[in-house]
Design a protein around this ligand. Structure first.
Ligand code: NOJ
Length: 927
C-alpha cells in the first residue's frame, strides 16, 4: 500500500516565492533599488585592498554603508580563463556554510598570475587586472562594481544594478518577518496595513517594499551589446532558453527555484524546482559564451530579466540570484566558445565519468518485474523477438519489505542465479537502493547505522524519523565521511547478499523524499555532520548518496570495474558519479516533447549522461507515442524504458505488429551507433562536452538557433528532432548552413535558403540527419547485447561536405575496466579528401595525454592483447558533387578492393580489411 497523502501532492503544495521569506525580501530589495535609483551601499574599503600579483589574488574588505557590516571580498584569476569571486561576512554571528566545494570541486582551483595590475586613482575609477588570454577584471571600489572583459568585450558584470544584498545574521526576535511565512496559498506574506491615502504611489510602493525587505544575497548580470541568451539552472520542466521572470514580457511570475524535490506529477512549462539543482548558467551571444556557477547548496531562486538598453536599443539579460544560507562563492568561466566553457566548468566540478559500454545501451525497467519467472520470461522474449537489450531493472518490490540490500525471498529466492542467467548473454541487472532506511531493529543496515550514529538528526538532536516507502524511516547523513564509508561497504559482495558482479545500482528518492516532511522533504532545521543545518546542504544530499554508492561499486571490484549508478537527485559535480534521469514524467506527447529541452539544459550544466523514462512513467502510452519515444530516446544519452506500477505492460512486443518491428528497429538503431555514442561519452569524459548538444552549441554563430530547444545535435554529427504529435504527417526542421543528409537513405537534402524544411515522418522514422563533412562509425551486426558486439567489425559512413571533405573520430576500449587509463585504448581520426580525380581516406592515431600513449596501435589483433575489436568491414560514401560520378578503383596498399554503387550515388566499398587503431591510407580513383 502506498502511504496516504503521497498521491495528492500538487503544485500548490510547493512554496511560491511569495511564501519564501528570503525570496520575497530579495525581490523587494531589487524592486526598491529600481524605484529609488540609489547606488548600492556596498563599497570596497580602499585601505584594505591587497593584491598578490603572482598568485592572481585580490583581497579587501567591503562595507555596507547602511548597516555598517563588513565583508571579506576575494577576487581570484584561476587557470583556464576562470574568475572566482568570494564574499562573506567578516564577523558573522553565526557561521556560514562554506564547504560545499569539498563535494563539488575536484580540487582546490589553482590561480594564475595577474599579468598587469593598474590601481585606480580614486575609489570611483576602475582598477584593471589583466590575466589569462586577453581577459581582464575592472573593479570599481565605490560603489562596488566588477566587470569582466574578454578581447575588450564585456561579458559579465557583477552588481551593475546594485541588487547585491547580503543579509547578515540577526537574532529572530529583533527582525520583522524573519520567520518563513507559513505554507499557504495567500497573496501576501503578512504585510502591515499601509496608510495609503497619505502616501504618493511611489512612496507607497517604497514603503511596501521596505516592509518586505529583510534578508537576501546578491546580483550578477551578464551584459553585452547584443541580446545574450541564458541557459542552464536545471532542473525545471521548461524551455532551453530561460524565460523572463521579472520586468517586461514576463513568462513566469515566479523566479526559477533550485531546491531538490520529489514533485508528484510535475507540471510542464514551470519554474518550480524538481529533483535536481545545478546553480550553473551559460550566457551566449554571437562571438561569446560565458558560464557561471554559484557554489552553494542551499535553496535558491533565480530571476531572469531581459531589458532594453536605452541608448543602444540593445538587449541585455540581468539575472538575480538569491540563496537562503551559505556564502557568495561565484565562478565565472570566460569561454569564449560553448566547448571551452564546458571544459573550463568541468575542470572545476569534474569530468563526467566514462560509462561502461552496457550503460549506454538499452535498459528495460518497470515498477516492477514481479519475480524470477517474470524476469526470465521478459529476458527470453527479447531474444524471441530479436530485440537487443543490456539491462533488466528491479524496482522497490524486489526487496523484503522495502529494506534495501535484501530480497523478497518468495519472489526472488535465487537472485545470484537470476543475475548469472542474464550475464550469460552479457546482460546486467540493476536494483534500486533508496536512501531511506526502515526503522526496524531487525534490519541489519539500520541497526549498524544506528550503532555507529550515522543518521541525520532532528533539531532536538535525536535521530530524524520520517515516512517513506518502508513506513517509518531514517536517513544516513551522507555529508559525514563515516556514513559514506559505511554506505560504500554495504555494496561489498559479502555484505550485499545475493549480489553479483553484474549487478548495478539505482538511487531513487534521494532529494531526499520524505512523505511526511515539509514540501515532501526534510525539515530545514534538521542537523547534519559538524552541526550544519539541512538548509545548508539540502541540494548536495542526493549527490552524496550517489557518490557513496559509486565508491561502493569501486570497493567491491577493487577498483577494476567502472561503476554504474543512476540517481534522481543531482547537483554541481554529479557528472563524476554517473547518470541521472528526469523522474516521474507522463505517458503524454507533451512530456516526451519536454524531455528534449530538459535534457539539453542538464547536459550543458555538466551532467552529460541523462535520459527520460521512455514511454512516460505515469499512464498508458498509446502504441504510436511509445514508438515515437523509442525512436527519439534511441538518440539520447541514457536510454531506459520505465513505467509506474499501476500501468499496463508495455515491453517492446506488447502492442504487436507493426509496432514490434518498428520498436525493434528503433532499439537496433541505438545499437548501431554505440561506437559513435561511446566516442561521445569519451569526449564528455575528456572535455566535459555534452553528448546531446543544443543547436547553439554546435552552431554558436547562427542566431536563428539560439532559442532552439526542440531539436538537437547528438555530438557534432547527427541532428535529431522529435515527432511530438500523432497527427501531423511531417515535421518542420531547421538545418543550419552546410550540407545535410537524410539519416536513413543518405539522400542529400536540398537545403532552402532559410534552412527550414518539411520532413515527412511516416511511422518508421523521425527526422534524423547526418551532417555533411562527417565520418560516422557504426556496428551493423545485431546481437543480444552490447558486450556481445565488442569484437564486431565497423562500418564507416562518409558524408561529404560541399568541398567533398569529411572527417571523424572514434574512441574505443574494453568497455568496462580502467585499463584505458594505462594505455589500453584506441583513439583514431579519419579523414577523407579529394584532389582532382583521386581521393584518399586516411587513419591516424591520436594521443590521449591523460591516458598516456596507446598501447594498442600495432599488431594488437595478432597478439589478442586487448578485449575489443577494430576491423573495418565496409565503407559507405556519399555526397560527390558531380552527378553520375564514376568510381573506378579503390586500393589499400597494393590490394584492390571491391565496391558497388547503390542508388542515390551511394558507394559501398567491401571489406577494406584495415583496422582502426592502425595507421593506413585507402586511395580512390575517379573518372
Ligand atoms: C519514484 C521514481 O521516480 C520511480 O521511477 C520509481 O519507479 C518509484 N519511485 C518506485 O521506486
Amino acid at each position: 500500500m502506498l502511504p496516504a497523502g503521497y498521491f495528492t501532492v500538487k503544485e500548490h503544495e510547493f512554496k511560491k516565492c511569495r511564501q519564501s521569506g528570503f525570496c520575497v525580501r530579495q525581490r523587494a530589495y531589487s524592486d526598491l533599488v529600481d524605484l529609488k535609483k540609489e547606488p548600492t551601499p556596498y563599497k570596497i574599503l580602499r585601505e584594505t585592498v591587497s593584491v598578490q600579483k603572482d598568485n592572481g589574488v585580490l583581497t579587501c574588505e567591503v562595507l555596507n554603508q547602511l548597516s555598517n557590516i563588513k565583508y571579506n571580498f576575494k577576487l581570484e584569476a584561476l587557470e583556464n580563463q576562470t574568475v572566482r569571486i568570494r564574499l562573506e561576512e567578516k564577523d558573522p554571528k553565526k557561521k556560514q556554510y562554506a564547504s560545499v566545494g569539498n563535494f563539488s570541486l575536484v580540487e582546490e582551483p589553482k590561480s594564475t598570475p595577474f599579468k598587469t595590475y593598474v590601481k585606480a586613482k580614486s575609489e570611483t575609477e576602475f582598477s584593471i587586472l589583466e590575466f589569462g588570454k586577453n581577459a581582464k577584471m575592472l573593479l570599481q571600489e565605490n560603489p562596488l562594481l566588477l566587470t569582466l572583459k574578454v578581447n575588450e568585450v564585456s561579458v559579465f558584470t557583477f552588481n551593475e544594478k546594485g541588487y547585491l544584498h547580503y543579509e547578515h545574521h540577526r537574532e529572530k526576535a529583533t527582525v520583522k518577518n524573519s520567520e518563513e511565512p507559513a505554507l499557504k496559498n495567500e497573496d501576501s506574506p503578512g504585510m502591515e496595513e499601509v496608510l495609503a491615502e497619505e502616501l504618493s504611489e511611489k512612496e507607497k510602493l517604497e514603503k511596501e517594499l521596505k516592509e518586505k525587505l529583510e534578508f537576501g544575497m546578491w546580483e550578477e548580470s551578464f551584459e553585452g551589446n547584443t541580446d545574450s541568451k541564458k541557459y542552464g539552472i536545471p532542473e525545471h520542466a521548461s524551455s532551453f532558453n530561460l524565460k523572463n521572470t521579472r520586468g517586461n514580457d514576463v513568462a513566469y511570475s515566479e523566479p526559477y527555484r533550485l531546491y531538490n524535490f520529489d514533485v508528484f506529477e510535475y507540471i510542464l512549462d514551470s519554474p518550480m524546482g524538481l529533483y535536481g539543482s545545478i546553480p550553473f548558467m551559460m550566457g551566449h551571444k554571437k562571438g561569446n559564451t560565458v558560464g557561471m556557477f554559484w557554489m552553494n547548496s542551499a535553496e535558491m531562486w533565480v530571476d531572469i530579466e531581459r531589458e532594453v538598453e536605452l541608448k543602444t536599443r540593445a538587449k541585455q539579460t540581468v539575472t538575480h540570484w538569491s540563496a537562503e544560507s551559505g556564502i557568495l562563492d561565484l565562478f565565472v568561466m570566460l569561454g569564449p566558445t560553448p566547448r571551452e566553457v564546458s571544459s573550463q566548468y568541468t575542470s572545476l566540478t569534474g569530468k563526467p565519468a566514462l560509462p561502461q559500454l552496457f550503460a549506454i545501451a538499452y535498459h528495460q525497467c518497470r515498477w516492477n518485474y514481479n519475480d524470477e519467472a517474470d524476469v526470465k520470461e521478459v529476458n527470453a522474449k527479447f531474444d524471441e523477438y530479436e530485440i537487443p537489450y543490456d539491462v533488466l531493472w528491479l524496482d522497490i518490490e524486489h526487496t523484503d519489505g522495502k529494506k534495501y540490500f535484501t530480497w523478497d525471498e518468495v519472489k526472488f529466492p535465487t537472485p545470484q542465479e537470476m543475475q548469472n542467467n542474464l550475464a550469460k548473454t552479457g546482460r546486467k541487472m540493476v536494483t534500486i537502493i533508496d536512501p531511506h532506511l526502515k526503522k526496524d531493529d531487525n534490519y541489519y543496515v539500520s541497526k549498524e547505522a544506528k550503532a555507529l550514529d550515522l543518521f541525520v538528526k532532528n533539531k532536538d538532536g535525536g535521530d530524524f524519523e520520517g515516512w517513506c516507502w518502508p513506513g517509518n524511516s531514517q536517513w544516513l547523513d551522507y555529508t559525514d565521511p563515516k556514513a559514506r564509508k559505511f554506505w560504500a561497504e554495504q555494496f561489498k559482495f559479502e555484505s550485499y547478499k545475493g549480489s553479483t558482479s553484474s549487478l548495478y545500482t539505482w538511487n531513487d528518492m534521494n532529494e531526499p523524499s520524505v512523505f511526511s516532511g515539509p514540501e515532501t522533504t526534510m525539515p530545514k532545521d534538521n542537523i547534519h555532520y559538524e552541526g550544519w543545518e539541512h538548509r545548508d546542504v539540502h541540494n548536495v544530499y542526493g549527490m552524496l548518496q550517489q557518490r557513496a554508492t559509486f565508491e561502493g561499486h569501486l570497493l567491491r571490484s577493487s577498483n577494476l570495474d567502472r561503476p554504474f549508478v543512476l540517481s534522481r537527485a543531482f547537483f554541481l559535480g554529479t557528472q563524476r558519479y554517473g547518470a541521472i534521469w528526469t523522474g516521474d514524467n507522463f505517458a503524454k506527447w507533451d512530456h516526451m516533447e519536454a524531455s528534449v529541452p530538459m535534457l539539453l539544459t542538464i547536459g550543458v550544466s555538466g551532467v552529460t549522461f541523462s535520459g527520460a523514462d521512455v514511454g512516460g512513467f505515469f499512464g498508458n502510452p498509446d502504441p504510436l507515442l511509445l514508438l515515437r519515444w523509442y525512436q527519439l530516446a534511441a538518440f539520447q544519452p541514457f536510454f531506459r524504458a520505465h513505467a509506474h506500477i499501476d500501468t499496463k505492460r508495455r515491453e517492446p512486443w506488447i502492442f504487436g505488429e507493426p509496432y514490434t518491428t518498428l520498436i525493434r528497429n528503433a532499439i537496433r538503431s541505438r545499437y548501431r551507433i554505440l561506437p559513435y555514442l561511446y566516442t561521445l561519452n569519451f569526449e564528455a569524459n575528456l572535455h566535459g562536452w555534452p553528448v546531446m548538444r543544443p543547436m547553439m552549441y554546435e552552431f554558436p554563430e547562427d542566431y536563428f538557433v539560439y532559442d532552439m530547444g526542440d531539436q538537437y545535435m547528438l555530438g557534432d554529427t547527427i541532428l535529431v528532432k522529435a515527432v511530438v504529435n500523432e497527427t501531423s504527417p511531417s515535421v518542420k526542421v531547421y538545418l543550419p548552413q552546410g550540407k545535410w543528409y537524410d539519416y536513413t537513405e543518405f539522400n542529400a537534402i536540398d537545403r532552402p535558403k532559410d534552412g527550414l524544411i518539411n520532413y515527412d515522418t511516416p511511422t518508421d522514422k523521425i527526422p534524423i540527419f547526418l551532417r555533411g563533412g562527417s565520418i560516422l562509425t557504426r556496428r551493423e551486426r545485431m546481437r543480444r547485447s552490447s558486450s556481445l558486439m565488442k569484437r564486431d567489425p565497423y562500418t564507416f559512413y562518409i558524408a561529404l561536405d560541399d568541398l567533398e571533405l569529411a572527417s571523424g573520430k572514434i574512441y574505443t576500449d574494453d568497455g568496462h575496466t580502467f585499463n584505458h587509463l594505462k594505455g589500453s585504448y584506441i583513439y583514431s581520426e579519419f579523414e577523407f579528401k579529394i584532389n582532382g580525380n583521386s581521393g584518399k581516406l586516411s587513419s591516424k592515431n591520436l594521443l590521449v595525454k591523460e591516458f598516456g600513449a596507446s598501447k594498442v596501435t600495432k599488431n594488437y589483433f595478432k597478439n589478442q592483447d586487448v578485449d575489443f575489436g577494430g576491423r573495418l568491414e565496409r565503407i559507405v560514401i556519399f555526397g560527390f558533387k558531380k552527378p553520375n560520378f564514376k568510381l573506378v578503383e579503390v586500393k589499400v596498399e597494393n590490394k584492390i578492393l571491391s565496391f558497388k554503387k547503390e542508388k542515390n550515388e551511394v558507394f559501398v566499398i567491401k571489406d577494406p580489411a584495415v583496422f582502426i587503431g592502425e595507421e593506413w591510407e585507402i586511395s580512390f580513383k575517379f573518372e
